[in-house]
Ligand binder design. Structure first.
Ligand code: FAD
Ligand code: NAI
Length: 505
């Protein structure tokens, strides 16, 4: 009974601690402190983008050290790992975003924000041109910078395949998710008006690209059909088919073989049709033309009638990144993005850093990499800021020493200068960026997930229902803040208890 008592006490204490932590998180978010307006003489640091890289940088940056300007067409941070769950309504859009204004209001030093798109970076004159995105009349302006961080991410690649841009939906931003939802509901509701043959094609949902985005969305879509549409509108649901098209022999090519096989078998059980070794070549408003590689090495072209097309074939360089690349000789050969050195400095330019999906590094374009790069750059800028402050202190001490009358004062100042110089050397010692891979996770439907975890330096593959619970807890803990964590948990509970909402909104 003593053991039982101790267990009860421990549970009670940890619940109190948990509640305390939650309460503090909420209080902290709702009560920002008074902010300092940085000295106008400080260097201007412009940060482009409000995604994983830039926001992670901003979170850890000492904003009193610089005049910080944030420019992004999106006035919120988006938690992309849960974006594939949004179009079907497993989670709500608002649960996975966090307003930029809330984030910058938490900083010690004021940060200026422009809801705008950077259109050009002039690396010679250190100027950035921006264009407002939501003002009644478009405003264009140019800002001077001392340092600029490119964190503009990437856009979905179409490889210039005809018809993709006009006919496909993408899954990169909240607007993509909303459009996808609309189109999905359009197909479902239009099905009542058409013939049986037409209905089969209309309800054929094709996802192109078997990377994690395509796999997770196909899985969510099939869950929506099985868990919700089959209950609420069985007549329509029975004709819905989900197909995933992938050019390579397997989906999830960055995961271990065991997990690839598990995913493919799981898709087969869930009735998701998998077309591997199939490259989409052309798209019209209702047909996909694809080319399949056969066993004997020959190729076969065939057509896939479809109703909804979701395109998820990876990343392409954004125009502002491309324009900067063409201005810098050392960047002209790059295809994937801005080439950076080990300190994330853009090669061939001065005062420009790049992180995340807009940079070309040896790392995969993931949130994990972008977030770690952001944290690294924050430390780097904090160190640089400290170094500037110490340099100013040393100059002031030198002046004081010159005007000092007696030798004792000069001696004291000299020892102060020596100590400051040691501090300066430490602040100027900047180590290169090092990435720590914590593993990869993907949801594969039917309450199952796959995980390639890095445990004690070894890749450990996990798959199944337990991994799904792990996937959920990992993503909740990774959410931006307490508010997002609570909202996402509510959404999941709501989905489990009431099912997903199948209304158009
Ligand atoms: P982003 O996060 O894309 O941010 C770019 C920012 O730049 C945005 O705020 C954008 O509005 C802004 N911007 C765009 N153009 C301009 C401009 N001209 N001027 C100024 N600002 C501009 N990775 C994982 O590690 N785990 C996952 O589970 C995972 N799931 C994903 C699911 C989906 C559906 C997608 C699409 C990606 C997923 N990723 C995941 C990848 C991850 O989201 C990206 O690698 C990550 O977002 C890259 O961060 P970033 O800061 O470089 O770019
Ligand atoms: P991706 O680049 O990982 O995969 C795209 C897939 O599309 C490739 O397998 C490619 O072979 C295929 N493809 C390209 N052109 C094609 C065509 N014409 N026809 C058929 N197939 C074609 O892209 P994705 O999934 O958008 O991911 C982008 C990045 O974001 C990756 O680094 C990924 O790791 C990361 N991400 C991670 C997630 C996770 O960890 N859960 C979730 C989503 C994205």
């Amino acid at each position: 009974s003593n053991i039982w008592k101790n267990i009860k006490r421990t549970i009670f204490a940890s619940s109190l601690l948990g509640l305390g932590y939650l309460g503090y998180g909420i209080y902290d978010e709702r009560h920002p402190t008074t902010q300092i307006v940085p000295d106008a003489k400080k260097k201007t640091l412009v940060i482009l983008g409000s995604g994983w890289g830039s926001i992670s940088l901003l979170k850890k940056l000492d904003t009193t050290q610089y005049n910080v300007v944030l420019i992004s067409p999106r006035n919120y941070f988006l938690f992309t790992p849960l974006l594939p769950s949004a179009p079907t309504g497993t989670v709500e859009h608002r649960s996975i975003i966090e307003p930029v204004h809330g984030i910058i209001r938490q900083k010690k030093g004021v940060v200026k924000y422009y809801e705008a798109e950077a259109t050009a970076v002039d690396n010679v004159n250190k100027k950035v041109t921006l264009k407002s995105v939501n003002t009644p009349e478009e405003v264009e302006m140019t800002l001077d910078y001392d340092y600029i961080v490119m964190g503009v991410g990437a856009q979905t690649s179409t490889f210039g395949i005809p018809g993709v841009a006009e006919n496909a939906c993408f899954l990169k931003e909240i607007d993509d998710s909303k459009k996808l939802r609309q189109q999905l509901m359009d197909r479902i509701e239009t099905a009542a008006f058409v013939s049986a043959e037409e209905r089969k094609n209309l309800l054929h949902m094709v996802v192109v690209g078997g990377g994690p985005t395509g796999v997770e969305f196909a899985a969510e879509l099939q869950d929506f059909v099985d868990d919700d549409l089959k209950r609420s509108c069985p007549e329509i649901a029975k004709d819905i088919r989900v197909t995933l098209v992938e050019a390579l022999p397997n989906v999830l090519s960055s995961f271990s073989k065991q997990l690839v096989d598990y995913t493919q078998n799981s898709f087969a059980t869930a009735n998701i049709q998998l077309l591997t070794k199939t490259m989409v070549k052309n798209v019209t408003k209702d047909t996909i033309k694809a080319e399949r590689s056969l066993e004997d090495g020959s190729k076969e072209t065939f057509e896939i009638p479809y109703g909804l097309l979701v395109w998820a074939t990876g990343n392409a360089v954004r125009p502002v990144t491309r324009s900067l690349m063409t201005n810098i000789e050392a960047q002209k050969q790059s295809r994937r993005g801005l080439i950076v050195n080990d300190f994330l400095v853009v090669e061939g330019a001065e005062g420009i850093w790049a992180l995340g999906d807009c940079s070309a590094t040896k790392f995969a374009p993931t949130a994990q990499v972008a977030a770690q790069e952001g944290a690294y750059l924050a430390n780097l800028f904090n160190q640089m800021g400290r170094a500037h402050e110490i340099e100013d202190d040393i100059t002031a001490l030198q002046l004081k020493s010159e005007s000092a009358q007696d030798s004792n004062t000069r001696k004291t100042i000299a020892s102060e200068i020596e100590s400051k110089t040691r501090k300066l050397r430490r602040a100027q010692t900047i180590l290169p960026f090092e990435y720590t891979h914590q593993g990869s996770l993907a949801y594969i439907g039917s309450e199952r997930a796959v995980a390639d975890l890095s445990l004690w330096g070894n890749a450990t593959p996990w798959a199944g229902s337990m991994t799904y619970w792990f996937w959920m807890s990992a993503y909740v803990s990774m959410c931006f803040n307490t508010r997002n964590r609570i909202l996402v948990c509510f959404d999941w509970v709501k989905t489990k208890v009431f099912g997903r909402d199948i209304s158009r909104e």
